[in-house]
Design a protein around this ligand. Sequence first.
Ligand SMILES: Nc1ncnc2c1ncn2[C@@H]1O[C@H](COP(=O)(O)OP(=O)(O)OP(=O)(O)O)[C@@H](O)[C@H]1O
Length: 273
Amino acid sequence: MTGNHGAAERLSPAEYAATPAEHRRLAEGALMRADDLTAGYIPGVNILEGCNLYLHEKEIVGIIGPNGAGKSTLLKSLFGLIPVRSGTVTLRSENITAAQAHTLVTKGVGYVPQTNNVFPSLTIEENLQMGMYLRSKQFAERFEFVAGLFPLLKQRRRLKAGSLSGGERQMVAMGRALMMDPSVLLLDEPSAGLSPMFQDEVFVRCKKINATGVSIIMVEQNARRCLQICDRGYVLDQGKNAYTDTGHNLLNDPKVIELYLGTLAGKNERGTH
Ligand SMILES: Nc1ncnc2c1ncn2[C@@H]1O[C@H](COP(=O)(O)OP(=O)(O)OP(=O)(O)O)[C@@H](O)[C@H]1O
């Protein structure tokens, strides 16, 4: 930084990168971006208070922050699940702020919610077919692609999803979102509630999915592990961007460690099956 930034001069690099002006500069040409988003559930109460985020092609971007910070809300507003009150969401230069989820799926955006993300009474194969209802003719080809990432889903294709463990269900949910060949995958706490072994497996799979060319935005409570695999991370606090930097730099930022990683890491250790 030079001496021309005024008040920004006192910000740490990760705080400075989270400023709206720096966001606008770095978000140029992004695959997906959110600018100055406000959104909420109850009239008159905003949960997001001017959030900014961008995702470049082939990136994995993580969103971390304390409980109730608005991480899931941000993901839902990107996917048209809650109305955006002001600000814009853009996909490849197209304004998609008001687009609904089913339209976004056809535009190449996949979303995996944190809970209730499989149909328990359907088999694995039927769950994957549900993800393909818009392009059922390509089922065999996409099934092979998904089976390449999650071989277990092919081996157990006839089992009911309700009989699977939490980690296996997460694979079904991610596999289903991948059936539509998305270019962007939005994952809401994919490791939540899983044992440490399964948590790690989820992060390994995310890297593999990303290596096939899918760009990922991931909300995570397992902040350390998330930042280890992310190209860049955002720390969200009270509906606003607090810090953003590479995953590596956030992991080593003394303020981020003190304010966010200690307590979040403590919560993660309570993971169960
Ligand atoms: N459907 C809803 N109706 C009303 N308020 C909601 C709803 N969903 C979430 N909220 C509120 O919005 C705020 C942000 O919730 P959100 O789930 O986005 O937080 P988060 O950062 O993802 O936290 P967590 O890690 O606890 O899931 C919280 O105060 C929550 O109570």
